[in-house]
Design a protein around this ligand. Sequence first.
Ligand SMILES: Cc1cc2nc3c(=O)[nH]c(=O)nc-3n(C[C@H](O)[C@H](O)[C@H](O)COP(=O)(O)O)c2cc1C
Length: 166
Amino acid sequence: MKILVAYSSKTGNTRKLAEAIHLVLPDADLCPMASAPNPAQYDLIFMGCWIDKGTADLEAQAFMAKIHDKPVALFFSLGAYPDSAHAAECQETVSGLLASCSVVDRFMCQGAIDPELIEWMKALPKDHGYGPTDSRKKLWKDAETHPDKDDLKAVSNWATGVLAAV
Ligand SMILES: Cc1cc2nc3c(=O)[nH]c(=O)nc-3n(C[C@H](O)[C@H](O)[C@H](O)COP(=O)(O)O)c2cc1C
């Protein structure tokens, strides 16, 4: 079975997830989306993106538009807590972008938020939708250490499970 692990990553979090998947699937091709081969050549695609304003980042959206009728295992990192309503919405939104594929399984975890973005949000009024409330400051802090060792173990186990199930 030919497997592609393609990822898009602005600050490295999703790249770490992709590399952890590749460690347990060493025969798979691991590629940043910008240089990924034609997905039509593959039997299974692990597709990794980061969440940008509630959906997949633009590079990932462009790549997803090129995948048709393939089993896709979707993984992504985001700033929000994985058990939050926002994370669940992101998962549905990104899965919806793969409508012409069968999404065989999905994985997400928190990822440290770009410090430049945090500085920008800190300067906003507290009552702004992204402003520096106490709960939002706690979220930024909690995200700082992710993906951590446990996340990387979890994504490796997830990938092994995906392969066993297809
Ligand atoms: C411009 C921008 C927009 C973002 N939008 C969201 C968002 O809507 N929801 C969220 O939970 N995280 C959001 N994040 C956080 C990233 O999804 C998160 O830090 C992710 O782990 C980054 O992955 P990367 O290191 O692979 O680029 C945003 C980050 C940036 C820089």
